[in-house]
Design a binder for this molecule. Structure first.
Ligand code: ZN
Length: 205
């Protein structure tokens, strides 16, 4: 299925919002990435921007809207697949943009900033909410996430984006990252694990 819009939720895990010194939001904070930002976590290289400050990893649950989606559909029917994805972020650039009140595109929309693992079938919300995901960097756990800890639930995010911006088949939703984000270095090996099973990996170049 062709991927269309890439929606992302910012600050959707309390401890991550606080680790960056941000307030915990009261409505979902949504931004988008161009489809040109897509890359596969299939064991190959991901090339990060050079000379523009720190690039941080953010591992997130990514949901895909199904072919049969129509507006207003409940979350249990709306998705056909999910995976883990990296929302790569130029953190120093983002800090400057935030200070000026400018849009985040330069920090969040660069090429290969939306890396995704292998798609798994979406069965129901409980399957997601009862799971856990980990980002392993160079054989050490860098992030451990429990979807149950999301500030805005998958159901709330779906309804909000549908109402405000619209949704259609092939759209992706990045659902936010848990605490533990940090700077990437060239040569880092990243693995994304869902319930202990690796579903994506890449080398940082
Ligand atoms: Zn993110």
């Amino acid at each position: 299925m062709e991927i269309r819009n890439i929606y992302c939720i910012g600050r959707n895990y309390r401890l991550h919002a606080l680790e960056l010194g941000n307030d915990v939001p009261t409505t979902p904070m949504v931004f988008t990435k161009p489809t040109h930002a897509l890359a596969a976590m299939n064991g190959g290289d991901i090339v990060i921007p050079k000379g523009r400050g720190e690039v941080h990893f953010e591992l997130e649950i990514v949901l895909r809207i199904s072919e049969r989606y129509t507006s207003g559909m409940d979350a249990e029917q709306a998705f056909d697949s999910f995976t883990l994805g990296l929302d790569l972020t130029l953190r120093d650039v983002q800090s400057k943009l935030k200070a000026k009140g400018h849009p985040w595109l330069a920090a969040k929309g660069f090429k290969q900033s939306a890396a995704i693992g292998a798609w798994l079938p979406f069965d129901n919300l409980e399957q997601i909410n009862s799971g856990e995901f980990t980002l392993i960097r160079n054989a050490e756990v860098a992030q451990l996430g429990h979807p149950n800890d999301m500030i805005f639930s998958i159901r709330e995010i779906l309804a909000f984006i549908d109402a405000e911006y619209g949704l259609g088949s092939g759209d992706l939703i990045y659902t936010g990252t848990p605490a533990g984000v940090a700077k990437l270095d060239e040569g880092d090996l990243l693995e994304a694990h869902w319930n202990g099973e690796m579903i994506g990996s890449c080398s940082i170049r």
